[in-house]
Design a protein around this ligand. Structure first.
Ligand SMILES: CC(=O)N[C@H]1[C@@H](OP(=O)(O)OP(=O)(O)OC[C@H]2O[C@@H](n3ccc(=O)[nH]c3=O)[C@H](O)[C@@H]2O)O[C@H](CO)[C@@H](O)[C@@H]1O
Ligand SMILES: C=C(OP(=O)(O)O)C(=O)O
Length: 433
């Protein structure tokens, strides 16, 4: 398994985007669903519309590592999971070499607790976004009766959970995976659990729908106050994963940056939340026609500057803040961005500066002075969304932009170069592997 340092995206700017792009299934829905599929003691789960991204491959490796049988039929975008053999507590370990590479690995903990009565987490990774804690998850598991201990020396978390019992849980902030993890911990616990201040993201609702189809009793999804009545067992079912609103947002912003007229198959304007209104204010035109979203901006037409503050759904998604920063460098005036979720995400500003952008960063606030005539440069992807944002900047930069490490882009966007190239962009993914 390579760290993918050899993968890079090579972009030559200056072409408008036209045509049709297929929006992938949602990364942030499929990862918890792979974790949820492991809760079913019988049968085979079928997940459809699965994005072929590195995080899914890591999740499936992890599922196999703990004893599940997994098939990824890539041409059909379908995953089949048989978790009937998850009964060896010796295997209830999330090893650092896999788990440290994607944050979603924490979503396996409820299955380990329920199926094996214990879990050891040897390292949980994810994007390089500054401080990212998991205290809400562990505190919630403890309130349901798990014993959670930290082994600071080895950087392990040990959980013993012979029996979980319903309880009253709350989140300090509406954590996305925290909500999913507490729901999954509660679905097979004895009795009723309430979760206050729960996340409202569309992916959380898709996960609730999937779990409900499996037989879980969950109410209040989308209200911030979720009630779960524990059941004895869950059944393996089939589910089609919702489309990825961040992938859709990135393609919409790519169209806004390069100019053009693009149809996004599977994209849903309602799922973009505030990002939709911000892009419209900048001058992007949207029209939803059934399951296809049309995005248009006249090539060369000016973009207006924007203010955006990231916050949980339906607020402006932090995962779209990086591509918005790239887009703001092209807008006619000063844009103001406040990153309220992750302290590490403004690493992008230095990279865009190498391409000719003018950005002042003050802690969690950035002022982007546009418009800048961007020029190609070798740049560093610090995380998944920074990588996508730099490819987007490359689409309008003069000359060649080389974005590395490409693995970070591949974590979350499937066939990114191929899909952009199908719209007329000059983007190639190079790999020395
Ligand atoms: C796999 C997945 O779905 N990832 C998404 C999920 O990440 P994730 O679920 O990890 O993000 P959270 O919503 O949990 O994090 C939001 C904030 O809460 C803090 N926090 C979170 C949990 C905790 O126990 N303690 C704590 O302090 C985090 O440090 C962060 O500042 O939502 C993020 C915010 O929309 C997105 O950027 C990620 O793409
Ligand atoms: C932060 C992200 O993902 P993860 O939570 O998987 O690190 C992301 O998708 O931008």
């Amino acid at each position: 398994m390579s760290m993918g340092q050899e993968v890079r995206y090579r972009v030559r700017g200056g072409r408008p985007l036209n045509g049709t792009a297929f929006i992938q299934g949602a990364k942030n829905a499929v990862l918890p669903m792979i974790g949820a599929a492991l809760l079913a003691a019988k049968g085979r789960t079928v997940l459809r519309n699965v994005p072929i991204i590195e995080d899914v491959k890591r999740a499936l490796e992890l599922a196999e590592h703990i004893g599940a049988k997994v098939e990824f039929h890539e041409a059909e975008r379908t995953v089949v999971i048989d978790a009937s053999q998850l009964n060896d507590p010796e295997r209830a370990v999330l090893p650092a070499d896999i788990a440290a590479r994607f944050r979603g690995s924490v979503l396996f903990v409820p299955a380990l607790m329920h199926r094996m009565g214990r879990a050891r987490i040897e390292g949980v990774g994810g994007c390089n976004l500054g401080s990212r804690k998991l205290d809400f998850h562990y505190r919630g598991f403890a309130r349901l009766g798990a014993q959670v201990t930290e082994d600071d020396e080895r950087n392990h978390i040990n959980i013993e959970s012979p029996h979980l019992t319903g309880g009253h849980l709350y989140l300090d902030t509406p954590s996305h995976t925290g909500t999913e993890n507490l729901i999954m911990a509660a679905v097979l616990a004895r009795g009723t659990t309430v979760i206050e201040h729960a996340a409202l993201e569309p992916e959380v609702l898709d996960v609730i729908e999937f779990l409900s189809r499996m037989g879980a009793k969950i109410s209040g999804g989308g209200t911030g106050f979720i009630t779960v009545r524990g059941v004895e067992e869950l059944t393996a079912v089939e589910h089609t994963i919702m489309s990825d609103r961040i992938d859709a947002g990135v393609f919409a912003m790519a169209t806004a940056a390069a100019g053009g007229d693009v149809s996004l198959v599977g994209a849903n304007l309602e799922h973009l939340g505030v990002a939709r209104w911000k892009l419209e204010q900048m001058g992007v035109e949207f029209a939803q026609q059934g399951a296809v979203l049309h995005v248009r901006r006249e090539p060369g037409a000016p973009l207006r500057p924007i203010n955006a503050v990231t916050s949980p759904y339906p607020g402006f998604a932090t995962d779209l803040q990086s591509p918005l920063m790239a887009l703001a460098t092209l807008a006619d005036g000063e844009s103001y961005l406040h990153e309220a979720i992750y302290d590490g995400r403004f690493a992008l500003a230095d990279e865009l500066t190498k391409m000719g952008a003018k950005i002042e960063v003050d802690g969690t606030r950035a002022i982007v002075h546009g418009p800048s005539a961007l020029r190609g440069a070798p740049v560093v992807a610090h995380d998944l969304r920074t990588g996508a944002a730099l490819v987007l900047a490359g689409l309008v930069a003069e000359g060649e932009t080389v974005v590395a490490p490409g693995y970070l882009v591949d974590r979350g966007h499937a066939q990114f170069a191929t899909r952009l190239a199908a719209l007329g962009a000059d983007v190639v993914r190079e790999s020395a592997e």
